[in-house]
Every structure is written in C-alpha cells, then in structure tokens.
Design a protein around this ligand. Sequence first.
Ligand code: 5GP
Ligand code: ZN
Length: 121
Amino acid sequence: MNCIFCKIINNELPSYTIYEDEIAKIFLDVNPDSNGHLLIIPKKHITDLNDMDNLTLIHIMELAKKHRQILEKKLNIDGLTLIQNNGMIQDVKHYHLHLKPYYKEKQKILPVEEVYNQIIN
Ligand code: 5GP
Ligand code: ZN
C-alpha cells in the first residue's frame, strides 16, 4: 500500500518520533502550523473516523491528554487545538489527530529538528 504514514510506521520514511507503542505513534508534523505541531496515528492503516474502533480512539485521546502536558512542560504552550480531518479535507488518508499548540506571544516557526530536541530533552 502506498501510504506515507504506513511507511513512517515501518521506518521506510524518517520522522521525528517522540512516542510509540504497539497501537500508536506520535511524531512532529513536517510542515507545522506552530512549534510542536504533532500528529498521533494508529499503527493499523485506518482511513478515517468511519473505520476507527473505540479502543484505538480512546487510546489516541489518552495520548493527546498526556502529550498536552508534555508540550506545556517542554515548550510552554498556552493552549492546544485538536483537529482530525475526514473526507475531502483530509490530505493523508491514514487517520491522524493533529495537536496544534497555541502561544500567547507570536512565535517564529523553528526547524522541526530543533523543536524535537526541545521535546525529548
Ligand atoms: P491532513 O490535511 O491530512 O489532516 O494533514 C496532513 C498533515 O500531514 C499535514 O499537516 C502535513 O504537513 C503532514 N504531513 C504530510 N506528509 C508528511 C510526512 O511525510 N511527514 C510528516 N511528519 N508529516 C507529513
Ligand atoms: Zn497507512
């Protein structure tokens, strides 16, 4: 299957991964809307919300909650928007939940590698 997120899961494509377990993987968006923009994806190829099972959904939401706290601690974010696109407005057809940090003060977009180092250190 020619899915970029499946390739990221299989390490056929690189990613700045900050967390993974047997169900999900979390990595930095390559083209972030703000510093620390993360994507949480299931390891199974699930297209969108219609195909999601409840256990995976709950697990992904639990990870979102935990990683909000990590972003608060590591990047001093002031807010967080969760977005998950479906259908025509979804570019990559492998389910992904966006975690988009909000900052009170306008931030310059930093290189993804720099933000990755801030999160993991
Ligand atoms: P969508 O519109 O499908 O919700 O958003 C897809 C997101 O995936 C975009 O924010 C885009 O920047 C991100 N993206 C697309 N290709 C790659 C990739 O190869 N690596 C990473 N890390 N993010 C990607
Ligand atoms: Zn996939």
